[in-house]
Write a protein that binds this ligand. Sequence first.
Ligand SMILES: [Zn+2]
Length: 274
Amino acid sequence: MLVTLKEILPEARRKKRAVGAFNVANYEAALGVIKAAEREKLPAIIQIFQRLFLSEKGSDLAGTLLRMANRCTQPIVVHLDHGGSLEIVCASLAAGCSSAMFDGSMLAFEKNVELTKRAADYSHMLGASCEGEIGHVAMGDENAITSVEEAVGFYSSTGVDALAVSIGTVHGFYKSKPKIDVARCAEIAAALPDVPLVLHGGTGTPPEDLRSVIENGVSKINIATEFMDTFLKSTRRELDALDGKFLPIDKFMDPVIDDCAAHAARLMRFFAGK
Ligand SMILES: [Zn+2]
């Protein structure tokens, strides 16, 4: 069933678990997540890149995801990832997303607070949930670590339902082993004992670090690059196996969907401590 972050993350935080948030841009990868949720009997978050809402792709995809979420027996959130403007947040909610992230992390603190609060208020008015980000999970800059003071100030001024913090992860594949600041994560979690924290840049983060941050307040972990990479590698393998012969696309995609489901299920189990 379709739910918001509010219905799954506070409980996950209390139980020291995390829910996997998978970026998808097509039906087959999304079906992999839904199959994994059904198989593992665990909730999941399906995320749409904000750029898709710059064209009709975002609302088209959201419509499909809503249908899939509603027929799933497990709680599923359909969420906007890294909304870069209030217009995009509104577009995603108008398309039926049950949750939206506004990312003002590149803005000055006051501006980030102001716009994120508006995004959160608007989301709540529509019965949706909202994620904000303080400190920047930079593309390759692991030094922009969120301070406890800014996390507390940002949360209390915006009322977001989930708070993305920067604790050493980066988006995409790592070029070298990341240094995850588990101590800072624990300090932020202690200062905000009921607030679900979000880890962006989950791809390639060592499992022992993921386990540590889940123990210390992280209850949503974003997985984009490595999940899309599974889709691409699997598609390439199936294409090579065809060796130029024809196969209807639905049949061609079945093994790819299975690989996506296996990948999502493995992460969901790990995040849930199973
Ligand atoms: Zn992110």
